[in-house]
Design a binder for this molecule. Structure first.
Ligand SMILES: Nc1nc2c(c(=O)[nH]1)N[C@H]1C(S)=C(S)[C@@H](COP(=O)(O)OP(=O)(O)OC[C@H]3O[C@@H](n4cnc5c(=O)[nH]c(N)nc54)[C@H](O)[C@@H]3O)O[C@H]1N2
Ligand SMILES: Nc1nc2c(c(=O)[nH]1)N[C@H]1C(S)=C(S)[C@@H](COP(=O)(O)OP(=O)(O)OC[C@H]3O[C@@H](n4cnc5c(=O)[nH]c(N)nc54)[C@H](O)[C@@H]3O)O[C@H]1N2
Ligand SMILES: [Mo]
Length: 726
């Protein structure tokens, strides 16, 4: 059995790691200053920093230590790519570099081009880069172009990009959310008419119980664990639903608390380990037990919800055997979870990719919401639903319009302010990659991110993206996407990170809280430009002369004035840079049981037990992250928490390994319908019948299967077989 390198999450190793990164950055003082600068944290969407300074959370708590924010900071500071390196290094050689090696090359500090048939990238001037990019966009029809954004960009940049894309005439506008929390947005809109968290950070401080399903915040959102520690100290309870026993969710040493750092904090009171892709059955079971034991909040259900009779009848009619068989969790465990929920007065249910990355991702969240509603836990302080969002501004990027369709009021405002009638339709992310594969895309504009490595079916995705005549990437550093997913002609534009911006920017956290980042000076010398400057420079060359007041569109203050008028809930952004007043987006958090649905009620939703089930001899494979990576960027090979020294492993249960006659370290082939990967066996505590492998590498064998409703790939419910490697 692979032994975790630590007995708990966080702790002294997290602090030592932060110091190591400070050392790598080359300048301890600069590193600390940048970590503490008044900018929203660059990594996840918990929402650190902003006007309170770095390492401070929305409740004002300091110091919040997190390894990945240190990784991201050191990465932006250390090295840069020289012209000589590009001259000496053919693209064929760059193709052989791993994600980690590319990241280690450091910052891109000037625009580069690789034209059709070129063997090398070469430096070009900003004028040449923008002229060439504009020429490609002008040659294409608007519906032959797509605009993708990751979630690292500012609200200002994302608002501007979607605006000029719509003025250009396309609705092929999307962001990484389609590969991330889109299922949450779709489901929550069904439940309460708004697609984001119903709670604020402060609600977490008042909840009696937290249920964490399909998320590993100990690695991916470590600062949420501070909240869970405090909840535990108040006598609160935590239930975890996860096929894999995550060390950091069992026990965590919160670096900012001396007591926790020394002795550790027990996190999970109850740890349910269902099969991957079976959460609907888990929640159906918990709901059934709540019904059978009279633990419903009937007055709440009657007054504030719709749809209960059908759900109640369906749940009662579903036999316990079907439930336990579907999820692999025994009835008494589900009853224990229901008893804990039944004994609590308030609760928050939170989840991440373990629920969304499935062909029934929307169903997973609807079934979780059914349980919360049955307890009356929506629209009350200390209770509600919390999708744990990924990128630091993925929520803002979506809020300000980087989506194919806009809310009615938003679209009307764009028409009024800018005379734009948004084009109908519009591709979601996977549809754009399919269109590229079919030769229907002439140009793509990519604001950050790595659409290549984040896509299922890696080889196919690479071919699809390389089929695009022109790709324009706006990025801080090179990643695999710029190499393996580059267009026939590929222009890469170097951008300033948020804490280097000459003008202040804003970001929205997963608690719907908008932060002001004050910007700063570049960490490396070069001709990098701000995101807004690059987008405006490109758009100015593409759109008819005089189409927009470009001085206004390059000015972040002016952009915020426009957002305050157009973006739903964003009125308060008009004042943010004058008063420094960060704010809660309007109409999103519900502290009263009055919702944004047409009838004002919260909605129960009928959900079917999952169809996903492997045949004998097959496994359910999920692809997950380690703490040593941020999405497609790998910083460290080692996964301390899961005891893996390397990333080319398949994690499996001891019982399965024994059955197949395999031992730790044995080489095996993991096969899916699209291919096989040779990896080593790592035995861990995971529900038998399930496997885990690391993303992004495992995308080589993840098929292109989407959730119909959210268009999210089923990254975590892949059917796989394991055999000894030849
Ligand atoms: N260090 C670090 N932090 C990050 C990121 C990173 O790459 N590295 N990425 C950021 C981004 S964009 C995102 S979206 C978030 C992702 O944050 P998470 O969603 O927490 O990350 P994952 O590793 O994708 O999956 C989380 C957990 O889901 C469990 N799981 C898998 N399948 C199932 C299932 O069917 N049911 C249940 N109940 N559980 C399941 C896995 O065992 C794993 O513990 O993190 C953000 N923060
Ligand atoms: N198999 C599998 N596939 C998955 C997942 C999974 O769990 N399993 N997870 C999915 C999820 S949740 C997500 S969110 C996607 C990730 O999809 P993306 O967001 O597209 O990918 P990232 O790896 O986060 O993008 C990292 C790149 O962003 C750029 N970047 C970094 N900082 C900045 C900045 O300040 N400005 C700009 N302009 N660019 C910057 C750099 O080029 C960096 O390499 O992957 C998805 N794919
Ligand atoms: Mo994500």
């Amino acid at each position: 059995m692979a032994k975790p390198g630590v007995s708990a999450g966080g702790g002294v190793p997290a602090i030592i790691y932060t110091l190591k990164k400070a050392h790598e950055s080359g300048n301890y003082w600069q590193f600390y200053k940048r970590m503490r600068s008044k900018n929203a944290c660059k990594t996840c969407a918990v929402g650190m920093g902003g006007q309170q300074g770095g390492m401070v959370n929305e409740a004002g708590h300091f110091p919040e230590v997190c390894k990945k924010s240190a990784q991201a900071q050191a990465g932006d500071m250390n090295r840069f790519i020289s012209e000589a390196f590009l001259r000496e290094t053919p693209i064929a050689k760059l193709e052989a570099l791993s994600s980690r090696e590319l990241e280690k090359l450091g910052r891109l500090t000037f625009p580069v081009l690789a034209g059709a048939g070129d063997t090398h990238f070469r430096r070009i001037s900003w004028d040449e880069a923008l002229d060439r990019a504009a020429a490609g966009l002008k040659e294409a029809q608007p519906d032959e172009v797509f605009f993708y954004s990751s979630g690292r960009s500012s609200n200002e940049a994302a608002f501007l990009l979607q605006l000029v894309a719509r003025a250009y005439g396309t609705a092929n506008i999307h962001n990484c959310s389609f590969y991330c929390h889109q299922a949450s947005g779709v489901a929550l809109n069904e439940v309460y008419g708004s697609g984001t968290s119903s709670v604020t950070l402060d609600d977490l401080a008042h909840a009696d119980i937290a249920l964490i399903a399909g998320a590993n915040p100990a690695s991916n959102h470590p600062r949420l664990i501070t909240q869970l520690m405090e909840l535990k100290r108040r006598g609160g309870k935590v239930i975890v639903v996860n096929p894999l026993k995550e060390v950091g969710l069992v026990r965590f040493k919160v670096p900012s608390s001396v007591r926790s750092l020394l002795f550790g904090t027990e996190i999970a009171d109850l740890y349910l380990q269902p099969h991957a892709g079976s959460d609907v059955a888990v929640f159906a079971g918990i709901l059934k037990a709540l019904i059978e034991n009279g633990r419903l909040d009937q007055p709440y259900i009657d007054t504030h919800t719709a749809g209960w009779p059908a759900i109640s009848a369906k749940t009662a009619a579903t036999p316990w055997e079907s439930i336990s068989e579907a999820c692999g969790v025994e009835r008494d465990q589900l009853e224990a979870a229901a008893a804990m929920l039944g004994a609590a007065g308030s609760g928050i249910f939170m989840w991440a990719m373990g629920l969304t990355h499935h062909a029934n991702g929307v169903d997973n969240i609807l079934s979780l919401a059914n349980v919360a509603l049955a307890r009356g836990w929506l629209g009350k302080p200390g209770s509600g639903l919390l999708p744990i969002r990924g990128h630091s501004n993925v929520q803002g990027v979506g809020s300000v319009g980087m989506t194919p369709a806009l809310k009615e009021g938003f679209a009307a405002k764009l028409e009024e302010l800018y005379g734009i009638a948004p084009a109908p339709g519009g591709q979601h992310t996977a549809a754009s990659v399919e269109a590229a594969a079919a030769g229907q895309v002439k140009a793509a504009v990519l604001l950050g991110g790595n659409l290549f490595a984040s896509n299922p079916d890696r080889a196919w995705a690479g071919e699809a993206l390389r089929n695009i005549p022109l790709s324009v990437s706006i990025t801080t550093k090179l990643n695999e996407g710029h190499i393996h997913g580059r267009g026939k002609s590929s222009i890469i534009l170097p951008v300033l990170a948020r804490d280097e911006e000459p003008q202040s920017t804003t970001q929205e956290s997963m608690f719907n809280f908008v932060r002001l980042s004050e910007g700063g000076t570049p960490a490396v010398r070069g001709s990098m430009r701000s995101e807004v400057d690059i987008i405006a420079g490109l758009a100015q060359r593409v759109l008819p002369e005089g189409r927009f007041d470009w001085a206004a569109l390059r000015n972040h203050h002016e952009l915020r004035q426009a957002m305050s008028r157009a973006v739903p809930g964003y009125a308060a952004i008009a004042e943010i840079d004058r008063a420094g007043k960060e704010f809660q987006v309007g109409g999103r958090t519900f502290h009263e049981p009055s919702f944004s649905t047409t009838d004002g009620r919260a909605h129960f939703n009928e959900v079917e037990l999952p169809a996903f089930a492997p045949a004998p001899g097959e496994f359910r494979l999920m692809t997950i992250r380690s703490e040593g990576q941020f999405n497609t960027v790998v910083y460290e090979e080692e996964d301390l928490y899961r005891g893996n020294k390397r990333r080319d492993v398949v994690m499996m249960a001891a019982e399965d390994a024994r059955r197949l006659g395999l031992a730790e370290g044995d080489r095996v082939a993991v096969e899916t319908e699209i291919g096989a990967m040779n990896v080593s066996v790592a035995v861990i505590d995971i529900r038998a019948g399930n496997l885990a492998m690391y993303y992004p590498e495992a995308n080589a064998i993840v098929p292109r299967k989407l959730d119909e409703r959210s268009k999210t790939p089923a990254f975590k419910s892949v059917i796989a077989r394991v055999r000894r490697a030849d």
